[in-house]
Design a protein around this ligand. Sequence first.
Ligand SMILES: [Fe+2]
Ligand SMILES: [Fe+2]
Length: 181
Amino acid sequence: MSDDLTQRSALPADLVTLLDDWPRAGWSDVPGFEGLSAFWLDRHLGFRDLLGGLQRDAEQAAAHKIDPNRWHQRLLRGGEQLVQGLIGHHQIEDHSYFPAMQRLEPRLARGFDLLDADHHALDALLDGFVTAANDALQAPDIREAALVFHARLAPFERALIRHLEDEEDLVIPVILKHQMG
Ligand SMILES: [Fe+2]
Ligand SMILES: [Fe+2]
């Protein structure tokens, strides 16, 4: 299976062996879950919610069910939160958390490299997202703008959701095993 974010449908099997002992369904029952693990999953949920909100707003705008000015305000605010939030989140992961985790689980080094590469791929998609949002804010026809923006969100959403899920599968078992945080 490819390591490439836009090509894979899960992490390669050799990177998720810790899931056998720390399966996703049991994470919240592990002592210490209510620390770094819960915080991490909560941050990811926040990004999913922001993106879902932007998608729903675009659907509403395309159906003329939201005032255009209100749509623009929500797009500006939500887009900024998403972009700034993800940039900050990726920085702390790449520079602080991933190196610490790699020291605890050296055999997962390739996994942390893969997630780091994901962040670079997402940076390019974030640039595309900003361009798409700016185009939507300047387009004269609201319905057309909303439909085009919604369509341009799709590849970004696919990549972001894939990254968040795969990262959780790699990182949360490491946090729980080593009681990090
Ligand atoms: Fe990440
Ligand atoms: Fe993350």
